[in-house]
Design a protein around this ligand. Structure first.
Ligand SMILES: C[S@@+](CC[C@H](N)C(=O)[O-])C[C@H]1O[C@@H](n2cnc3c(N)ncnc32)[C@H](O)[C@@H]1O
Ligand code: SF4
Length: 397
């Protein structure tokens, strides 16, 4: 077992795996569109009528609360797009609406995704007064040339300054970096990552660059003008990432997410642990447990179309499907096996109405792709993570 294997095996999520309810709010606007990004984010010339958006969010929150009343909100996540373009009073209005429809846990985690520019950092205190207690900053790189290539509008200095403000204003903050960028060597990435970790709080998200279809990066890639590292080189970068982060006290608790014990993002844990969450805003996904059935909801993706639907019908939900037992079970595996803590096998049996097949487990274990923890949970090993989809497909078959 290599040092990297040990580090990931040692990682635990220190937050108990108990039922929780999260609310996701999607803000779909950005000042410019980054060429690698396929999130539901849009650039608009005209100013956004935030009061109108706040009313629409309020209507959809109310409609959702009617379907799942009596929940205690453990997390709220304002994601995007660029939610740090919202006025603090808009954020405050959304949080007040949530508190008006559900009970909010005293230790609620309220995260806002922010772009790391000086303009946005100026709003941090306003967000904090509105109730936000955690920010997640899209730093992406600490190299100015790489930031230009990624189409970012901030420099490394500006991003680090915003991280400094986040640390001064909020109890908790995280930032994102994108690695496995074109021509990025393991040495360069190691240096960049160490410099970043020197500024990190309790959490960082480290994503390998993905070439998303129909993005400008996909066009460049197809034309041979953008060459990210091949699979072997990306694997080395991944291993280096695990080692450096673990040595720094931020082991991976999920494939791309690292935290000190207790610093895990509780909202994202709700997704990975297949608990319940409401999806509010354009293109948001939800999972609502109603009458013993698990509903998968999706709202209208287009910002203006979503707004029009909410104003007409009181909500923007365009898909509401009850998950079949097999679908819910596969989703539980796919999401749960992303976590270093793995899955509770008993809960799988409850959801699927059957146990995982011992023969398949034995085979995957023999290949060193999965292991069972002392507490009886099943998890993917570091060697298994790069082939996670295949491991899940094998277990689910
Ligand atoms: C909703 S996005 C961004 C939040 C914020 N608007 C920003 O850009 O700073 C969340 C994160 O996904 C990551 N991301 C987006 N597209 C990606 C891609 N193609 N490959 C890898 N990571 C990506 C970025 O690190 C980004 O910060
Ligand atoms: S990466 Fe962030 S700022 Fe860039 S387009 Fe995507 S959501 Fe917007």
């Amino acid at each position: 077992m290599s040092a990297a294997d040990r580090s990931v095996s040692a990682a635990r999520v220190s937050i108990p795996d108990e039922p929780a309810f999260g609310v996701y709010i999607h803000w779909p606007f950005c000042l410019s569109k980054c060429p690698y990004c396929d999130f539901n984010s849009h650039v608009r010339r005209e100013p956004i009528d935030e009061a109108r958006w706040a009313r629409a969010f309020a209507a959809e929150i109310a409609a959702t609360a009617e379907r799942v009343p009596g929940r205690v909100v453990s997390t709220v996540f304002l994601g995007g797009g660029t939610p740090s373009l919202m006025q603090p009073r808009t954020v405050g209005a959304v949080l007040e609406t949530i508190a008006g429809h559900w009970q909010v846990a005293p230790d609620v985690e309220i995260t806002l995704e922010a772009n790391p520019t000086s303009v946005e950092a100026e709003r941090f205190r306003g967000y904090r007064s509105a109730g936000v207690n955690r920010v997640s900053l899209g730093v992406q790189a600490l190299d100015d040339r790489a930031l230009v290539a990624l189409g970012r509008t901030h420099s490394a200095r500006e991003a680090l300054d915003a991280v400094g403000v986040a640390g001064a204003v909020f109890e908790r903050y995280s930032f994102d970096l994108i690695y496995a960028r074109p021509e990025q060597s393991a040495e360069q990435w190691s240096r960049e990552l160490r410099a970043a970790l020197a500024r990190a709080g309790e959490h960082v998200s480290l994503y390998q660059l993905t070439i998303e279809p129909e993005t400008p990066f996909a066009t460049l890639h197809a034309a041979g003008k953008l060459r990210p590292p091949d699979e072997d080189a990306a694997r080395i970068l991944y291993d280096v990432t695990q080692e450096i982060c673990a040595a720094h006290g931020l082991p991976a608790y999920e494939i791309s997410n690292h935290a000190r014990p207790g610093g895990e993002c509780r909202h994202n844990l709700i997704y990975w642990r297949a608990h319940e969450y409401a999806g509010i805003g354009p293109g948001a996904h939800g999972r609502l447990d109603i009458g013993g059935e698990r509903h998968a909801t999706v709202t209208e993706k287009g910002p203006e179309a979503w707004l029009a639907r909410v104003e007409k019908y009181g909500h923007g939900v365009i898909t509401d499907e009850v998950l079949m037992v097999a679908e819910a079970a596969d989703e539980f595996l796919l999401m749960g096996l992303r976590l270093a803590e793995g899955i509770d096998v008993t809960r799988y049996t409850q959801i699927a109405g059957r146990s995982l097949e011992p023969g398949r487990i034995a085979m995957l274990r023999q290949h060193g792709l999965i292991e069972t923890t002392a507490s009886g949970r099943m998890r993917v090993t570091l060697s298994g993570f790069p082939v996670l989809d295949a491991v899940v497909a094998d277990l689910a078959a």
